[in-house]
Write a protein that binds this ligand. Structure first.
Ligand SMILES: [Zn+2]
Ligand SMILES: [Zn+2]
Length: 377
């Protein structure tokens, strides 16, 4: 294998130049397969159209650690003017998934060289479609991760200095739930509202009351967000419509708060509608749960970082979501943030990753994985 530094740099730049959207990561998947197979790393037969799972089996039997990264890009027109900027119009790696992929591939290549000393096995998941978010469920449905004992994931963070690791036990990212409400009233002439049931008045009352769920009905120490993002009704100025529609998202960090928020949203909606003589259909579409980091894994991660003299910081909670959480529904795991230095925010057309972080972060994940396999937590 040629110099690993340059392998990671080349791969990262190639990925950045060739961004592909969720479930369309064909070129990316082929590229990763070529590198892995060239290095003699087994690629499992998953049946996935895009994305893949590689496996490194140590000489001694033991636990199975899964390293997960995501490989999809976003529908954004890049504005970085980097020499290796996207060559695909309207598509960009603006969430750092190119860096995640290079980091976990680097860790895989390093662990492959240490195979004789490994007690157990490592599976490396190159997950498609994180942004949709749907890829984690598709990967889990292959059944290839049944033997996993724990999961490690990574995400870049422009808020942290380049190379600093953000670690924190407990909830760090929110559950991403979506709701849609259709209000059925009765249409009428705008001049004769008493002849109908105005769904727009009901809609407005629901928009107002929804915010009192967070401010009046939930524990002030329980983080929650209710955002109504799309309202629609009517088509002209002198007709009261039959129906009104609204949708939005609820973000929570604790499972109990998540459950309560759904019950409250549903109750408010149907009761407000009924009080106006209307009827509301309430649909709740649960997305990925909150990312909850395992305390023992977090402690081990801190220990390995200190041992390698890598600076760490407290990971800040965010109400954005990550489908990494789907892997943690039945297994412990840890989602690590790695600083990319000051840059534009994630999903911004000028977002950039400092390439200097790739090699040391790959080394860190290789070392942490070896530690967890050979020494436990
Ligand atoms: Zn993203
Ligand atoms: Zn992301």
């Amino acid at each position: 294998m040629k110099n690993l530094h340059s392998t990671l740099k080349e791969l990262f730049e190639w990925l950045h130049q060739h961004p592909e959207l969720g479930f369309a990561e064909y070129e990316t998947t082929a590229k990763l397969r070529t590198i892995l197979e060239h290095e003699g790393i087994e690629v499992l037969d998953t049946g996935l159209q895009t994305g893949l799972i590689a496996q490194i089996t140590g000489d001694l039997p033991g636990r199975c650690v899964v390293l997960r990264c995501d490989i999809d890009a976003l529908p954004i027109q890049e504005q970085t003017e980097l020499p290796y900027a996207s060559t695909h119009p309207g598509r960009m790696h603006a969430c750092g998934h190119d860096a995640h992929t290079a980091i976990m591939l680097g860790a895989a290549l390093m662990l492959n060289q240490r195979r004789p000393e490994l007690t157990g096995s490592v599976k490396i998941v190159f997950q498609p479609a994180e942004e949709l978010p749907a890829g984690a469920r598709v990967v889990l449905a292959t059944g290839m991760l049944e033997d996993a004992d724990l999961f490690l994931g990574v995400h870049v963070s422009p808020e942290l200095p380049a190379g600093t690791l953000g670690l924190k036990a407990g909830p760090v990212m929110a559950a991403v739930d979506r709701f849609a409400i259709t209000i059925h009233g009765r249409g009428a002439h705008a001049a004769q509202p008493h002849e109908g049931v105005d769904p727009i008045v009901v809609q407005a009352a629901i928009v107002q009351s929804a915010q009192t769920i967070v401010s009046r009905a939930l524990d002030p120490f329980a983080a929650a967000v209710v955002s109504i993002t799309h309202v629609e009704s009517g088509s002209t100025w002198n007709v009261l419509p039959e129906t009104a529609f609204l949708e939005g998202t609820v973000r929570t960090l604790e499972p109990a708060v998540r459950e309560k928020a759904e019950v409250l949203m549903r109750g408010f909606t149907t009761q407000i509608a009924a009080s106006y003589g209307a009827q509301a259909d309430f649909a709740w579409r649960p997305g990925p749960p909150a990312v909850i980091n395992d305390p023992a894994l977090c402690q081990a991660a801190r220990y390995v970082a200190e041992d390698m003299h890598i600076p760490t910081a407290q990971q800040e909670n965010t109400m954005t979501g990550e489908d990494f959480s789907c892997y943690l529904e039945n297994r412990p795991g840890l989602f690590v943030r790695v600083g990319t230095g000051c840059s534009f925010p994630l999903h911004h057309p000028k977002f950039k990753v400092d390439q200097q972080i790739l090699y040391p972060t790959a080394q860190y994940f290789a070392q942490l994985t070896e530690h967890l396999l050979n020494k436990g937590v």
